[in-house]
Design a protein around this ligand. Structure first.
Ligand code: PXP
Length: 246
């Protein structure tokens, strides 16, 4: 079992609210400082190609403002590669990105995109950035991550979350087993498994109980709950649920 299940807090949607008015408030940097103060393990931020939430200038400010590791979520493009190499975040999680989607709707096809991904994974790794691939919990994708020599994979938990929302408990249990088997397969092959997307107070515990998982990245729900109970309390409560599930 990974000893401590890390919680990476995705602060994108603090920036979404800021950008709704185009000004500087609320500042995602202030959110990053709160994550650090309340014992979060890392900051996750997705610089999307359309800059709908995090802006280029946020990255440097986030890195300056806390000692927490920054996990930069990025599309596998030349522009994002250059930005990652200019900033050298602790980690970079390569995600598929479509402009028209509301959020990252599925995992990266690491298997089908090997030739496109290999030089990007290689250059990030050479720069000392810990590369993660955001994939579906399928053996074929893990095999692709092994070939790409990615040290980390993050399993997309969106399907599990949606099945639960739809009341399909059987389907959700089957997806949970897939995530659990995938985490075991990754760990057996020396890849550190993470998970994230769509996690909430209600659905996090069965995921947090998967022993090989080393990190969860959670954003939208934590920021949404913060409206009602504050960001500190939102993170504290998620942390407590994760600890209870281990
Ligand atoms: N992990 C990855 C790779 C993501 O793309 C996202 C969404 O940006 C998350 C985790 C967090 O998902 P959510 O905001 O649904 O918690």
């Amino acid at each position: 079992m990974a000893s401590h299940l890390r919680l990476g807090v995705n602060i994108d949607h603090v920036a979404t609210i800021r950008n709704a008015r185009g000004g500087d408030h609320p500042d995602p940097v202030r959110a990053a400082e709160i994550v650090a103060a309340v014992g979060g393990d890392g900051i996750t931020a997705h610089l999307r190609e359309d800059r709908r939430h995090i802006r280029d200038s946020d990255l440097h400010r986030i890195m300056e403002s806390t000692d927490l590791p920054l996990n930069l979520e990025m599309a596998a493009t030349e522009e994002m590669l250059q930005i990652a190499l200019d900033h050298i975040p602790h980690a970079a999680c390569i995600v598929p990105e479509k402009r028209e989607e509301r959020t990252t709707e599925g995992g990266l096809d690491a298997a089908g995109q090997h030739n496109h991904l290999a030089p990007i994974v290689g250059q990030l790794g050479e720069a000392g950035i810990r590369v993660s691939l955001f994939i579906e919990p399928h053996a074929r994708q893990i095999e692709a991550a092994i070939h790409l020599k990615a040290p980390v994979v993050e399993f997309h938990t969106g399907r599990y979350a949606h099945l639960l929302l739809d009341g399909d408990n059987e389907g959700a249990q089957a997806e949970l087993r897939r995530i659990s088997d995938a985490a075991a397969l990754a760990a057996k092959n020396g890849i550190e498994p993470h998970a994230g997307h769509g996690l909430t107070f209600e659905n996090v515990q069965p995921i947090a109980a998967i022993p090989q998982l080393a990190e969860l990245n959670i954003g939208h729900y934590l920021v949404g709950e913060a409206i009602f109970i504050g960001l500190e309390e939102s993170i504290r409560k998620m942390r407590a649920l994760m600890d209870e599930a281990r």
